[in-house]
Design a protein. Structure first.
Length: 456
């Protein structure tokens, strides 16, 4: 019996389909003068600090293919994702449900339309935006098509580093009993931080069989809002990619995706030093690159593990609004950009209420996707800007040794707080287009899909 078992194991190993990997990057930088995203104001781009890109990695074996794309954008609207999937699938044969398209959340990228009432107030109707939105799905698809054309035998290794010095929860319990949002440096009214950070820095390295680096995939839960200004920039992932390229070779592509960072940014309130601009982005990118370089030495090989995929479309209830909310929102929105410009938080409320009302209680449909390599590593994609507590809950319940949570894939492109945050209020809660409990729905579905993928 022992010899029969060994014989069967030998046959299985010999017939295993080796992993194939392809990677590609396509420039998606808009033309100068295109409105920029990220703030409640109009900013027209004056130039380019570093090009925005759509970066794709295609994985294939055992007759299955899957693709992951990260775009240097504040978000990707659902219709953009769906059109890009359709175009890429037609050329590559990769099923649309096996393609994850996400945004890094760069605040120095272009405004992305099709997300709600806020667009038109901040330049979304300009011809340059229309031209860009028409070209974007094709460029995202092009990155997948190019990566697919480069498929070749490869090996993979994964690991998780720890870096807790550059990320901070931006919600605080205040002395007056409220929960503040970005309350300011050295604010004497801060009592304590209202939530955790996630120090996990996930790393996946793809190499040729001879050890030549092809791509490094990095995931970290930290907002991309360090640069500011009016130049196009990928923010701190630009520095991360530049340093890793210098260490591993300029031919290696670095793909960055953002983890669950809806309530996480880079602002350290314990000091009053400035934390804005390219210098700050370089500092953060350098710190993260240093931890990736250390993590390279601790990676676990993923030996010809099969590509496994799962996808489920779920419906998230819309945030409730009353007729009084809608009337108030219309009054506030009419004053935006005038001499009677409303308070920031009132503007946030107005656009949320108008978007919620426009849906007439029709739930948002969104995709949760999983791409895994065997039982070693899984990527799970979520919509919106997800609170860190929800991402941590997914990782803690996942059966995979390494679980990489990717936010801002598909839609709705809104904040998704955890249930405990809703009664606390403030910016993310006021802004959220989804009803309370939506975040927990994401966790439930993601964990279910992860367990299904693991058991295959």
């Amino acid at each position: 019996m022992r010899f029969i078992v060994l014989f069967l194991l030998t046959i299985t190993a010999a017939s295993a389909d080796p992993l194939q990997v392809g990677r590609a990057a396509v420039v998606i930088t808009p033309e100068p003068g295109t409105p920029m995203a990220g703030y409640y104001s109009i900013r027209l781009a004056t130039g380019t600090h570093d090009d925005l890109q759509a970066k794709a990695i295609v994985l294939a074996n055992n007759g299955r293919k899957a693709a992951m794309v990260a775009c240097d954008l504040v978000a990707v609207a659902p219709h953009v994702v769906e059109e890009a999937r359709k175009l890429a699938s037609a050329s590559t044969g990769i099923p649309p449900e096996n393609i994850i398209v996400s945004a890094t959340h760069s605040h120095t990228g272009p405004i992305i339309t099709g997300r709600g009432a806020r667009d038109a107030n901040y330049g979304g109707a300009l011809p340059a935006v229309k031209r860009y939105m028409e070209s974007l799905p094709k460029k995202i698809a092009e990155s997948i098509i190019k990566a697919n054309s480069e498929l070749a035998p490869a090996r993979a290794a994964v690991g998780v580093g720890k870096e807790g010095s550059v990320a901070f929860n931006r919600r605080f319990h205040m002395k007056d009993g409220s929960v503040g949002w970005n309350p300011g440096k050295l604010n004497p009214n801060i009592l304590r931080v209202a939530g955790p950070v996630d120090p996990d820095l996930a790393v996946a390295l793809f190499e040729t069989p001879s050890g030549e680096p092809l791509a490094t995939y990095v995931n970290y839960a930290l907002h991309l809002d360090t640069v500011g200004g009016t130049e196009w920039s990928a923010d701190y992932p630009y520095t991360l990619a530049r340093i890793l390229g210098a260490a591993k070779g300029s031919d290696m592509m670095t793909m960055f995706t953002i983890g669950a960072a809806g309530n996480i940014n880079h602002i350290d309130v314990s000091h009053n030093r400035p934390q804005k601009g390219h210098g700050e982005a370089e500092r953060i990118g350098t710190v993260l690159a240093g931890e990736v370089l250390k993590t390279y030495t601790r990676l676990t090989p993923v030996d010809d593990a099969p590509v496994v995929t799962r996808k489920e479309t779920i419906r998230l209830d819309v945030a409730p609004v009353t007729p009084g909310d809608i009337d108030r929102a219309k009054t506030i929105a009419a004053k935006v950009g005038t001499s009677e410009s409303p308070r920031f938080i009132d503007t946030v409320f107005a656009f949320k209420a108008l978007d919620a009302a426009a849906r007439q209680k029709q739930p948002y449909e969104t995709d949760i996707q999983v791409i895994a390599l065997g039982k070693q590593v899984a990527w799970v994609s979520l919509p919106g800007e997800v609170f860190v507590e929800l991402g941590q809950a997914i990782k803690q319940a996942s059966p995979f040794p390494v679980t990489i949570v990717v936010e801002l894939a598909h839609g709705p492109t809104t904040y998704i707080p955890n249930r405990a945050a809703f009664p606390q209020g403030n910016y993310e809660v006021v802004s959220s287009r989804c009803d309370i409990g939506s975040g927990e729905r994401l966790v439930e579905t993601a964990v279910k899909l992860l367990k299904e993928a693991y058991s295959e």
